[in-house]
Design a protein around this ligand. Structure first.
Ligand code: SF4
Ligand code: SF4
Ligand code: SF4
Length: 285
């Protein structure tokens, strides 16, 4: 098999192993989810064409190693029958990671649904380099938005309604970062510490902790690996409805401005922060 054939197979998710005889197949999930039928299909593939096991990647994909080259066409047929997607490799949008979102008790947005939509639109799109998208539904940041090429993190900022506050201390006990203190029987928020997780709003029994501001923090150009770069942060909150169009703008900027093999963060560093500000028409740190 020549270099180009190997490259194309890799784009489809079949990566040649170190022994040069076998391939490891990368299967995509939708924000970490598969149907039970799909899982059964993957188990069959691992049993019939691999060595009876599969592994999970850090970005919510599954890999089945030890597939012989001559068996790849059969594996492809099974994958297609099960409606599974493979890939997540090469210089492409390599998958959209989403946290548990609205099924999690801390979730502020439906990150799974957002991830599914972005996945449908952008997955596999060829770009100058690898491009990772992450959506995390609260500041616990399970999907690590600031180190994704494009990351989103939901926040809810609280405000105490002084007249309604009974000084019951429930919010003080709720806040994991100790950003609330009861002073003269009233809750006081230290905004320097507050992460805008919204838990004090949810737990106040007297509805005295109000939602002051809600939205999504957007990070651009983060990376984690051989070198680490935190994404630049869009200063204002963005809305759920803006995520798709802003993602498209970032991807187009990268497509037009990135050099081959250069991750988005490097493109921003090379061209300067003003270039991405202009492309998005947003204030960015
Ligand atoms: S980031 Fe928040 S909402 Fe998402 S899974 Fe983690 S704790 Fe739950
Ligand atoms: S939980 Fe509500 S009522 Fe109780 S101290 Fe906090 S803000 Fe005040
Ligand atoms: S929003 Fe979260 S971090 Fe901020 S004060 Fe309330 S509980 Fe603490």
């Amino acid at each position: 098999m020549n270099k180009e054939e190997l490259r194309l197979l890799k784009l489809e998710g079949y990566m040649r192993q170190e022994d040069k005889e076998h391939f490891s197949l990368r299967v995509m999930t939708t924000a970490g989810n598969l149907t039970s039928d799909q899982v059964r299909c993957l188990s069959d593939i691992a049993d019939m064409y691999g060595k009876g096991y599969m592994g999970f990647t850090t970005r919510q994909c599954i890999e089945i190693p030890w597939i012989k080259e001559e068996l790849i066409p059969q594996v492809k047929r099974k994958i297609a029958e099960a409606g599974l997607k493979t890939g997540g490799t090469g210089f492409t949008v390599v998958g959209v990671a989403g946290c548990k979102g609205s099924i999690c008790k801390y979730g502020l947005i439906d990150s799974q649904e957002i991830a599914r939509k972005l996945d449908e639109k952008f997955l596999g799109m060829e770009l100058p380099g690898k491009f990772k998208i992450g959506i995390t539904a609260c500041p616990n940041n399970c999907v690590k938005a600031p180190i994704s090429d494009l990351g989103f993190m939901a926040q809810n900022e609280p405000k105490v309604e002084i007249d309604t506050c009974k000084g019951c201390k429930i919010c003080e006990r709720t806040c994991k970062v100790k950003a609330i203190e009861i002073v003269d029987k009233k809750a006081v928020i230290n905004y320097g510490k507050c992460l805008s997780c919204g838990q004090c709003i949810k737990n106040c029994p007297f509805k005295a902790m109000k939602l002051e501001k809600e939205g999504i923090v957007m990070y651009i150009g983060g990376k984690f690996g051989r070198d680490i770069r935190l994404g630049n942060r869009v200063i204002r909150y963005v809305n759920v409805d803006e995520i798709e169009s802003l993602s498209e703008k970032v991807i187009n900027y990268y497509k037009e401005s990135g050099k081959k093999g250069e991750r988005l963060g490097k493109t921003i560093d090379r061209l300067g922060i003003d270039s991405i500000k202009k492309a998005l028409d947003l204030e960015i740190n």
